[in-house]
Design a protein around this ligand. Structure first.
Ligand code: F3S
Ligand code: F3S
Length: 86
């Protein structure tokens, strides 16, 4: 799947949401997240992000690798991300 990383935090541009064909990008408190079980790897979201927060999992930079687990775990926690506001 694709992964949303640190640059999204507090920016939440949401341009990615509009292009995802399967609506698998959700809004959490701090950033948006891609549900890894729903993402079909279409890649449409990646070029839309103005702060380059989105990467295919295999291309996530070393210092941002923790976001791979963060995007997965947040959906299994007590306060999972919901439909983006706007
Ligand atoms: Fe965040 Fe970029 Fe989407 S800032 S909401 S990942 S367009
Ligand atoms: Fe959607 Fe991006 Fe995956 S557009 S299907 S979250 S690669």
């Amino acid at each position: 799947p694709y992964v949303i990383t640190e640059a999204c935090i507090s920016v939440k541009d949401r341009s990615c949401v509009d292009v995802c064909p399967v609506d698998c990008i959700y809004e959490g408190e701090d950033q948006l997240y891609i549900n890894p079980d729903e993402c079909i790897d279409c890649g449409a979201c990646e070029p839309e992000c103005p702060v380059t927060a989105i990467f295919p999992e295999e291309d996530v930079p070393t210092q941002l690798r923790s976001f791979i687990a963060k995007n997965k775990d947040v959906f299994e926690g007590p306060n999972p991300p919901g439909r983006p506001s706007r």
